[in-house]
Design a protein around this ligand. Structure first.
Ligand SMILES: [Zn+2]
Length: 258
């Protein structure tokens, strides 16, 4: 208890020093907000909190570019600001499980392995634009991040998607569409809402109905959580119309109404 309080106190002191010494320059912050209307439409309190949290995130994480992509301040702040949006009221500790973010210029092809029922391993190739950190680092592609302002209209956001997976896994389990919650009853209540919404969504996708939320969400409830958290933050009005129960659940959990 005393150690915990001491640790919290030290972290707070370190954070205050970071905010004093390494604030995000005004012009760079203005460029970031102009690029992403789903950020700039937030109220002054939210934006001030987001700028501070983004500053702390930048001090905490390491960015690496690949294939000749140089990580500029503009790229680092664009990623960090979007990553911090879901945890604006929850805190940076949700992202303590990893330190490195690798940024590719374009989507990348990765080789996957699956084992069939007979124990035979099959390899296949998959193009990806992002991957939440598992054994490896967080992976993102700049092309999709650069376009995230325009693509918010179709509820698409790769940064928020991958960081939603990190939040989902923050309690130390495999992703299951249930973020950290205080107790078993809260987990059961969450599962009841998201499972019902997921089933309804899969039915819509199977029936060929045009959904706001990316049909990729029908791959599993963990992906459904990822795509619906994207939609909640970047296309909130439309999302509320399509999934009012989930909107309510997320507004309470993230303590925000985007
Ligand atoms: Zn995903």
């Amino acid at each position: 208890m005393v150690i915990g309080r001491l640790f919290d106190g030290l972290r707070r002191m370190r954070d205050e020093r970071t905010l004093r010494r390494r604030p995000i320059p005004d012009d760079l912050w203005a460029v970031t907000l102009a690029r992403y209307p789903f950020l700039s439409r937030r109220n002054a309190d939210d934006l001030a909190a987001l700028r501070d949290l983004t500053t702390l995130f930048l001090a905490d994480k390491e960015f690496h570019g690949t294939q000749g992509l140089a990580i500029t301040d503009e790229i680092a702040v664009a990623i960090s600001a979007q990553a911090c949006l879901p945890i604006l009221r929850l805190g940076l500790h949700y992202y303590d499980s990893f330190a490195v973010i690798v940024v590719h210029p374009e989507e990348v092809v990765v080789t996957r392995q699956v084992m069939d029922d007979d124990g035979v391993v099959h390899e296949y190739e998959e193009s990806i634009v992002g991957e939440a950190p598992g054994p490896g680092p967080m992976m993102l592609t700049w092309h999709d991040i650069a376009h995230a302002g325009e693509w918010a209209g179709v509820a698409y956001n790769v940064v928020i998607h991958e960081f939603a997976h990190v939040i989902d896994m923050a309690e130390g389990y495999e992703p299951d569409g249930i973020p950290p919650l205080p107790d078993r009853a809260a987990r059961d209540a969450w599962a009841q809402v998201i499972d019902a919404e997921y089933e309804r969504f899969c039915d819509d996708v199977d029936a060929g109905i045009d959904t706001l939320v990316d049909p990729y969400g029908s791959e599993g409830v963990d992906e459904f959580f990822g795509v619906t958290v994207e939609a909640f933050f970047v296309a909130s009005d439309e999302f509320r119309g399509e999934h009012p129960a989930l909107y309510e659940l997320y507004a309470n959990y993230f303590q925000q109404t985007p």
